[in-house]
Ligand binder design. Sequence first.
Ligand code: ZN
Ligand code: ZN
Length: 405
Amino acid sequence: MKNIDQDIQDYFETIKTFRRHVHANPEVGPENPKTVQYVKSQFENLKDITIVHGAENAGVMIEITCSEQGPTIGFRGDMDALNLCESSCETHLPQKENFRSHDENKMHACGHDMHTAILIGFGHIIHAKRHNLKGKVRLLFQPGEEGYGGAKKMVDASYLQGVQNVFALHVWPNLEVGQIGFRRGPFFASVDHFLVKVNGTGGHGASPEKASDQILAVSSMISNLQSILARKISGLDQRVLSIGYINAGNKTAKGVLPKTAEFGGTFRTFDENVQAKIKEELKNICEHTAMAIHDDCKVEIEYTNSYPQTVNDETMAERLETVFSTFIEDENLFTDYTPTLGAEDFSFMLKEVPGVLFLVGTTPSDMPEEKRVFLHNPTYSPDERALLYGVQAFKKIAFDFLEKK
Ligand SMILES: [Zn+2]
Ligand SMILES: [Zn+2]
């Protein structure tokens, strides 16, 4: 394999076994205890290693002490899977090679099995080289990325205390194996969730004048909400507001105007000011719309700021451009990669410590377009050679920051 250090190439089969073990044993949710145990077991009995865990839902932190005093650099790998039934198609690699998920309701469809394996493999490679390095390498094995804010739990548990810079990668099917993409500044959007409930007076469908129509209220709110984006936010600000949930009435009682109706959705943006503005405007629009429909329509809003924007530190991102160019050709290194409206809870770590999230390609270049699928798809099967690029990228960063000169 071109551009990959020999020690990493020699370790490829072992790193694959880590990945396949984690893939076959997915865990969903904020804890991921079996994966934590598995990770710990890969580092116990090694010299110059400190293992810290036990803080609630904060995974495990493993620190490698190198031969001299120096800075501490952190690397994050998330470990959780999704509630999804994995493909059992004969051509799906985990099926073919016998490491398909043992649980019919869970699957590593976001590639966090790859992240876990890369971080274990990288830890072992760095451990073997620790006499050439100064300072400390801290491996942050994080549970609960998929909606549980595990990164925040690790920050709260002080696992980032003393860390000078922090890095993470995400496997990325829109890039080919051997490609890396990232950008300076905002990279992944923030994600907020909201639930709007309208309570009022129910009644007979034949006499709407004696009721307050909650269904009309929520349907008007939903269309009016898009006008916030169109008229209250600058066209230059990238953002999306989507309603993914609506509920009212009973389908066996079509002539009844229900007392309550509700809907919910998500809002994503790259700008904290836009995020604050939306929260305020959502309340205004819903309350004013309800008032216009009927005095009796009362609005309750639950608004949750889930994950903040993932913002890559400008100086660190610039430094990685140089670091990665030592093993990735110019045409495969995208340093101004398109931002995504997806969200990542690594953002909580980047709010504490300057660092970078970067993307590692997982699609073989000869794969036909119609076969390429994105993350969270039951047929997602990353090319395992991406493990090599992930470990190599982390190793290059560690050496750039910590090599003894
Ligand atoms: Zn995901
Ligand atoms: Zn993910």
